[in-house]
Design a protein around this ligand. Structure first.
Ligand code: FAD
Ligand code: DHB
Length: 388
């Protein structure tokens, strides 16, 4: 079997790259080791940056997002029993954020791919990229008991943090930069009205709380828990009680609770693998980098990589130039490190890292400054909506 671009992984990075290539008439095949239902069932990110919204529209995936997504112009920061608003649209020349879940983005991308009739192999086993330092790379896998060899010009490694692509690169060719956090996020999704029209980042002396949403009737909450926390110790009632204690009093009074649709713990990690290109293998999304979710950058970085890789491949197939492909790793890493820096900073500022009373006082002073000075608010706003 032959294609131009073999894409490994059908998360947002792989599906978006596939759609952009298809729209440009560039043949591609996606190979995914999970089932379609499994990929769709994962509850993950919820907030899209302006640039991701623009890319999805460019990929002709705008209509449902524009109809059902919730456009945001600001978010709230709560600390010390008070709330302040960051009007990020006003501070960034009109940029917006869109609340539209990763599940919905994935669904739209899968449906567009079905309508295009583009090939996707789900539940592929023993997926392996080969010979990417040569001019004849290949991806092999087993599908429905048959061994498939997929010849291609390029391989896009969009297979997430635990994927096979980065692990197939010789160890000495990759430099890894990593930071682990001693806590995770316990998330709860419920069909209850969101606490507020806007996302709330809440600093509390005992830890971080995020109040987000998926629609006017579906809320998503997270609270900081120790990294070794056992989910079995958490009933929904315990979660709601804890949330109420950590929110400012006026918000806690308004909180509407209900049965959970999902509860899970996500570990927090900062990770970058450099470079993002190895011969004819390009890494995109979580395969190359991970950010802690504070700041909502993970999915947006994946979409940015898919867009950059698409532009490089389109220039190669349309004009025969390789300049953009040659720059892919360097220019993507510049964008990636800005998001890594911001996510690490937000995580460090809003989470409880130690028992130090000094640390608590200094953080409260920093949040007070960031939410009262126009310069402070602009810094937060620019980074939150995404740097150009
Ligand atoms: P993925 O979505 O991980 O997709 C990779 C795909 O590759 C998967 O479908 C996987 O099954 C497939 N794959 C893996 N190995 C192989 C293989 N060997 N062969 C073939 N296919 C393979 N970001 C936010 O911005 N906000 C959040 O709240 C948030 N919450 C998150 C919660 C969790 C539990 C996790 C894990 C991530 C979260 N993220 C969040 C990050 C965000 O979801 C990711 O950044 C985003 O999914 C990255 O997309 P991706 O396509 O690069 O990778
Ligand atoms: C979500 C929203 C955020 O603003 C964030 O930083 C992380 C996750 C969410 O809705 O899941």
């Amino acid at each position: 079997m032959k294609t131009k671009v073999a894409i490994i992984g059908s998360g947002p990075a792989g599906l978006l790259l596939g759609q952009l290539l298809h729209n440009q008439g560039i043949d591609n095949v996606i190979v995914e080791n999970q089932s379609r239902e499994h990929v769709l069932g994962r509850i993950r990110a919820g907030v899209l940056e302006q640039s991701t919204v623009d890319t999805l529209r460019q990929a002709k995936l705008g209509p449902r997002m524009d109809q059902e997504g919730l456009v945001h112009h600001g978010f709230e920061i709560c600390f010390d029993n008070q709330s302040r608003r960051i009007p990020f649209s006003e501070l960034t020349g009109g940029k917006i954020m869109m609340v539209y879940g990763q599940t919905e983005v994935t669904k739209d991308l899968m449906e567009a791919r079905d309508a295009a009739g583009a090939a996707t192999f789900y539940q592929a086993e023993q997926v392996q990229p080969h010979d990417f330092y040569s001019d004849n790379p290949r991806v092999t896998f087993i599908h429905d008991g048959e061994r498939v060899a997929l010849e291609c010009d390029y391989i896009a490694g969009c297979d997430g943090f635990h994927g096979v692509c980065r692990q197939s690169v010789p160890k000495e060719a990759v430099t890894v930069y990593e930071h682990a956090y001693p806590f995770g996020w316990l998330g709860l999704l419920a069909d209850t009205p969101p606490l507020s029209k806007e996302v709330i980042y809440n600093h509390h002396k005992d830890g971080f709380v995020l109040c987000s949403m998926r629609s006017h009737t579906r809320s998503r909450y997270y609270i900081q828990v120790p990294i070794d926390e056992d989910i079995k110790q958490w009933s929904a009632d315990r979660f709601w009680e804890r949330l109420k204690v950590m929110l400012p009093d006026d918000k806690a009074e308004r909180l509407v609770t209900g049965p959970p649709l999902e509860m899970s713990i996500a570990p927090l990690r900062s990770f970058v693998a450099e470079p993002m290109r190895f011969g004819r293998l390009f890494l995109a999304g979580d395969a190359a980098h991970i950010v802690p979710p504070t700041g909502a950058k993970g999915l947006n970085l994946a979409a940015g990589d898919a867009r950059a890789l698409f532009e490089g491949l389109a220039a190669f197939y349309d004009k025969g130039t390789t300049e953009l492909l040659d720059n892919y790793s360097q220019s993507s890493l510049q964008r990636v490190w800005q998001a890594e820096r911001f996510s690490w900073w937000m995580t460090t500022l809003f989470h409880r890292l130690s028992d130090s009373a000094f640390e608590l006082k200094a953080k409260l002073a920093e949040i007070d400054y960031l939410t009262s000075s126009r310069a402070g608010m602009t810094t937060v706003a620019e980074n939150f909506v995404g740097l150009d």
